[in-house]
Design a protein around this ligand. Structure first.
Ligand SMILES: Cc1ncc(COP(=O)(O)O)c(C=O)c1O
Length: 454
């Protein structure tokens, strides 16, 4: 059966024309766009109106952790829509209360309270607001290799070039280099040395900034879009120690890394580190309804027992969104999805990518965990010159555009950023689907091999 025949939308035929005429898209020069009209999706696959299908190896924007159209999640949203579609945040609501209770139960240490938002960037904005209110300090440190969202403070905290068009940003944001053994900013010879030097560097930045002026250090537990950078063992514990030493709030941004993506409920669980605040969004309900939030430690929450928290959102803890979180967590537990994500990384994706790396001279490094992987492409393995320059666009980005095209032609749609192809299928992807997608990527990489110069 052509899967598109399941879509009976009267707008499907005119979707492309109306998009081009009226939809203003994110992060794009509008005139250069040629979006594919997606007619439907199920599990790990999506298809267009012509019946072309692709394995969704990007989980859209690394958010559809549970897979597309999970019937129980769809049913939970439908049921909640029939019961209560909306209610102001000032009321108590059964689904909001239960979602908060479940998240607090899963979160490490004394992270016991949840402030709900509509997505990741609002989670980051409010985490910073909480840290500033708690410490009475203003400055926030973030990593160059990071993305934290597209609103005022979040985009200023963001290290990647998406920040550039939004500058000058807000005051009080300072950048540091995090660990990245493959392209060490510290000339480290291995991961252990990288960890040690990255922590020394962070301590030096704190020293010259004045640690008692710093409200928070924010970092992605595992850096996502900017390279799937898994921190060396000891790094997060080292940051925790620096924060404790100086009374600084540690914010782990798990908007992308949380809820199964790294084979853990929260990515920090892997290193048994408890930050003061964790931001979440995407995987918490797989984006079926926009939602995000901050999990808050008891001591920070207590700051606001008598003092007013100066923030709020009309849709904070929206019943449809929180009902979908409750259902999603239940499904994750029933179907052992976190465990499956860990298995996919350890037994399927990791080993297959290692074989792919051995076969293709364009592969500089593969790295990742769970269902969060990166193939870093180079022109020359010895010099590690990237396949395309940093932030390449237009003709300079052509090798990556060709590679993405080859992947799509072979039925898999991965996420491509700079010189990296990222493998991030839903956590529910079967072993066979994962192998099928990786085999397609393996074949497509011959296109990139042609650009290898040494
Ligand atoms: C680590 C991280 N933080 C924050 C955000 C922003 O989330 P949103 O796009 O939902 O505002 C993203 C989005 O990709 C992200 O990856």
């Amino acid at each position: 059966m052509n899967p598109s025949s399941t879509n009976t939308s009267p707008y499907l035929e005119t979707a492309y024309a109306n998009d081009r005429a009226h939809v203003f898209h994110s992060w794009s020069a509008q005139g250069l766009l040629n979006p594919t009209v997606i007619a439907g999706a199920k599990g790990s696959r999506m298809w267009d109106e012509k019946g072309n299908t692709w394995l969704d190896f990007a989980s859209q924007l690394v958010n559809v952790n549970i897979g597309h159209q999970h019937p129980k999640l769809v049913a939970a949203i439908q049921e909640q829509a029939g019961r209560l579609c909306t209610i102001a945040p000032s009321f108590a609501n059964d689904m909001r209360s239960e979602a908060a209770r479940l998240i607090a139960e899963l979160a490490p240490g004394d992270l016991d309270m949840v402030f709900f938002t509509n997505g990741g960037t609002e989670a980051v904005e409010n985490a910073v607001r909480l840290a500033r209110g708690h410490t009475g300090r203003y400055k926030v440190l973030s990593a160059y290799r990071s993305y934290h969202g597209a609103t005022g403070t979040s985009i200023a905290l963001t290290g990647d070039p998406r920040r550039w068009g939004n500058e000058p940003g807000v005051p009080g944001v300072v950048k540091f280099w995090g660990p990245y053994p493959y392209r060490s900013a510290f000339h480290a010879k291995d991961a252990a040395e990288e960890c040690e030097r990255a922590l020394e560097h962070l301590a030096s930045v704190l020293m010259v900034e004045g640690p008692n002026t710093v409200a928070a250090i924010i970092l992605e537990t595992v850096v996502g879009t900017n390279g799937i950078l898994v921190p060396p063992d000891g790094y997060l514990a080292g940051v925790r120690k620096l924060c404790d030493q100086h009374g600084i709030v540690m914010i782990c941004d798990e908007v992308m890394a949380g809820f199964g993506r790294c084979g853990e409920w929260f990515a920090v669980d892997r290193w048994k580190v408890t930050p003061d605040l964790i931001t979440f969004a995407k995987g918490s309900n797989s984006g079926y309804i926009p939602v995000g939030g901050v999990v808050i430690s008891r001591k920070i929450a207590d700051t606001f027992k008598e003092k007013v928290f100066p923030g709020g959102l009309t849709y904070s803890g929206h019943p449809l969104a929180t009902a979908s979180i409750v259902a999603s967590i239940g499904i994750f537990k029933e179907e052992k999805i976190v465990e499956h994500a860990k298995h996919l990384g350890a037994d399927v994706i990791g080993p297959e990518l290692a074989k792919i790396a051995a076969r293709h001279p364009c592969v500089g490094e593969v790295r990742g965990l769970g269902v969060f992987w990166c193939i870093e492409l180079v022109k020359n393995r010895a010099t590690r010159e990237p396949l395309v320059p940093f932030n390449a666009s237009g003709p300079a980005a052509k090798p990556m555009v060709e590679l993405l095209g080859a992947c799509k032609a072979k039925g898999v749609w991965p996420f491509v950023h700079f010189n990296r192809l990222q493998v991030a299928p839903p956590c529910t992807t079967s072993d066979a689907e994962a192998r099928e997608g990786l085999a397609a990527i393996d074949q497509a990489l011959t296109v990139a091999d042609q650009h290898v110069t040494g």
